[in-house]
Design a protein around this ligand. Structure first.
Ligand SMILES: Cc1ncc(COP(=O)(O)O)c(C=O)c1O
Length: 366
């Protein structure tokens, strides 16, 4: 089939691996000789149950998730998790401790506030979230706080906790991993729970993955409506109601692809290489700047500016790069500038093409 594809730098929904899209196309009309598409199948059918089981087991294998955790396939996006986390995990009037790092923790705080209370134990708001907050001396105890909440990669501001912050916490750590899950190795056992909207590194939007340590499933007050209880979803093996079957099917294909390229350790190496290529191009040329503190720079979302925020040139860059087959480089509407989202499915070739474009553009517009 003849079609033209471009390099997709969108922040989410984002690029999917081409072999995945091709295989979905091939199986669209007739999945495994059933005569129907997966999109048309009952979630109680043996084929869909097998798809869900395999997706769960591959996710466990790729991330090293033990049987101490439940893996849940949910809907409602990461934003629904901003509400479900406090609904399920706040206990005994104890506040949640929060590391505030930007747009997405702010959204989480606004939901938390409606359900219980929180304390911001570290924040980088004062410096406009251009670095991660210093929390060297923070100590979070389970006696004082229900849990410690953080966002592992800040999609909009472009900062990322490369390892868990140096907070001593005896309260469970709960993380929004929407934009860097499966992009690097996490020690899952350090977390009480984590969640991610699928639309960056897992698959299409419509699916949300939540991984919950089993002992925490019992925290939820039974008065919480069942649809919002992790326990209800865990007991029903992610089929409490109709799950997003096709999105889970796509996720399975993405996980198979990731295993084929060598798993999380292998993709982490490639991701580091891709990020280094772009940050080097920024640092080598004073035409470009990164507003982000060097050690905190995200390997998934590279935020950069031209001449420290020249809007005219930035919008020219976005337009001309689009015309050159590099799509989605305009910065988020909340902060402007430019942003290259380079999730797992962004090939090294796409990043090299971007870097070449950056050099050309700088030469022409200096
Ligand atoms: C880190 C992070 N958290 C939460 C969200 C919200 O996700 P959703 O649109 O699935 O609710 C996003 C979306 O981009 C995100 O990047």
């Amino acid at each position: 089939m003849n079609y033209k594809r471009v390099f997709n730098f969108n922040a989410g929904p984002a690029a999917l691996p081409e072999p995945v899209l091709e295989s979905l196309r091939d199986e669209m009309m007739n999945f495994q000789n059933s005569g129907i598409s997966v999109m048309e199948m009952s979630h109680r059918s043996k084929q869909v149950i097998a798809i869900m089981k395999e997706a769960e087991s591959l996710l466990r294998e790729l991330m090293g998730i033990s049987e101490n955790y439940s893996v849940l396939f949910l809907q409602g996006g990461a934003s629904q998790q901003f509400a479900m986390v406090p609904m399920n995990f706040l206990i005994d009037q104890k506040p949640a401790a929060v590391l505030h790092t930007g747009y997405w923790t702010k959204k989480a705080l606004s939901e938390l506030k409606k359900i219980g209370s929180y304390k911001i134990v570290a924040s980088s708001e004062e410096i406009n979230f251009t670095a991660l907050p210093d929390c060297q001396n923070s100590k979070i105890t389970g006696e004082e706080y229900s849990y410690l909440y953080l966002c592992s990669n800040n999609t909009i501001y472009g900062t990322q906790w490369k390892k868990l912050p140096p907070v001593v916490s005896t309260a469970p750590i709960i993380a929004d991993m929407s934009s860097d899950i499966l992009s690097r190795q996490f020690n899952v056992n350090e977390f009480g729970a984590f969640f991610a909207g699928a639309q960056k590194n897992i698959g299409p939007s419509g699916l949300t993955v939540a991984v919950i340590r089993k002992d925490l499933l019992d925290r939820c007050n039974e008065k919480v409506p069942s649809i919002f209880q992790y326990k209800a979803h865990a007991e029903a093996e992610s089929a409490y109601n109709t799950p997003p079957v096709y999105s889970i099917f796509v996720a399975l294909k993405v996980l198979q692809w990731l295993k084929n390229v060598g798993g999380v350790a292998a993709i982490e190496k490639i991701n580091n290489e891709k990020a280094a290529l772009i940050y080097n191009a920024i640092d080598e040329d004073e035409f470009y700047t990164s507003p982000i503190n060097k050690t905190d720079r995200s390997h998934m979302n590279v935020v950069f500016m031209i001449r420290n925020g020249n809007e005219e040139l930035e919008s020219k860059f976005a337009k001309e790069s689009e015309a050159a087959g590099l799509s989605g480089l305009k910065g988020h509407r909340a902060i402007g500038g430019l942003r290259a989202s380079i999730y797992n499915a962004q090939p090294l070739e796409g990043v090299s093409r971007l870097v070449d474009f950056m050099k050309e553009f700088s030469k022409k517009n200096k």
